[in-house]
Design a protein around this ligand. Structure first.
Ligand code: ADP
Ligand code: MG
Length: 221
């Protein structure tokens, strides 16, 4: 379960003070397939970043599976991110100097999954995303859709409790976006993983069980 209570985030920059999130509260059940939508600048990425511990809120609390993310720092935060979270971004997810297999295996190596199990999971995931033949390919040899499928496999390989995806289909054509959305949904269900996506994509919005609407950092009900 992901539970936010009164989350507020303010950025101070050369452009002045921006309240990116204002008093955001909601609850997502375990294994939800949820989306947050809103115009550019409405606070979607900031919301995901706070939940994943990449940003820390100025006030309010964030509980992810019992862990108070807003209070974590240093090693505890790294362990939380490494074990419980999978991230997928719009682009640039893959390490350019590692093969597809090595990219998928990377978070398992960090989590010290033993080599045999790691290999087994990589093979299963490659099958699952329909890229068994691309195991040894380098990221620059992949299409955008293939790269996002690999990013998804990598994000879920260590069996995280939640997958945070920031506009994962924004650079894909609609048919490919639909495929990636379907894969996220299936894999989330099969791995018992909560999936939370920021998006503009109506395909994702239609597929989601829960949709949250943000406007100027506030949740619309
Ligand atoms: P979205 O993902 O919905 O486009 P963001 O969460 O990226 O929205 O941004 C919300 C608001 O916070 C915007 O006004 C943006 O300019 C501002 N913002 C986001 N990140 C930063 C930052 N690191 N420094 C200053 N302002 C930021
Ligand atoms: Mg964004």
């Amino acid at each position: 379960m992901i539970e936010l209570d009164g989350v507020t985030k303010i950025f101070q920059s050369g452009r002045g003070r921006v309240q990116a999130l204002s008093d955001v509260s909601f609850l997502l059940p375990e294994a939800a397939f949820a989306a947050v939508v809103g115009k550019s600048g409405s606070g979607k990425s900031t919301l995901l970043a706070c939940i994943g511990g990449l940003e820390s809120p100025d006030s309010g609390s964030i509980l992810c599976f019992g862990t108070p993310v807003h209070r974590l720092g240093g090693r505890q935060l790294s362990l939380f991110q490494r074990r419980l979270v999978g991230f997928v971004f719009q682009r640039g997810n893959l390490l350019s100097y590692l093969t597809v297999s090595e990219n998928i295996g990377f978070p398992m190596t960090l989590n010290r999954v033993d080599a045999k199990e790691c290999k087994k999971r990589i093979d299963e995931l490659l099958d699952r995303i329909g890229l068994a033949s691309a195991a040894g390919a380098m990221p620059h040899e992949l299409s955008g859709g293939e790269a996002q499928r690999v990013a998804l496999a990598r994000a879920i390989a260590h069996h995280p409790k939640m997958l945070l995806a920031d506009e994962p289909t924004a650079n894909l054509d609609s048919a490919t976006g639909r495929e990636v959305t379907a894969l996220m949904r299936e894999m989330g269900k099969d791995f018992g993983c909560t999936v939370f996506m920021a998006t503009h994509d109506t395909e994702i919005v239609d597929a989601a069980d829960t949709v949250l609407y943000l406007r100027d950092g506030r949740l619309r009900h």
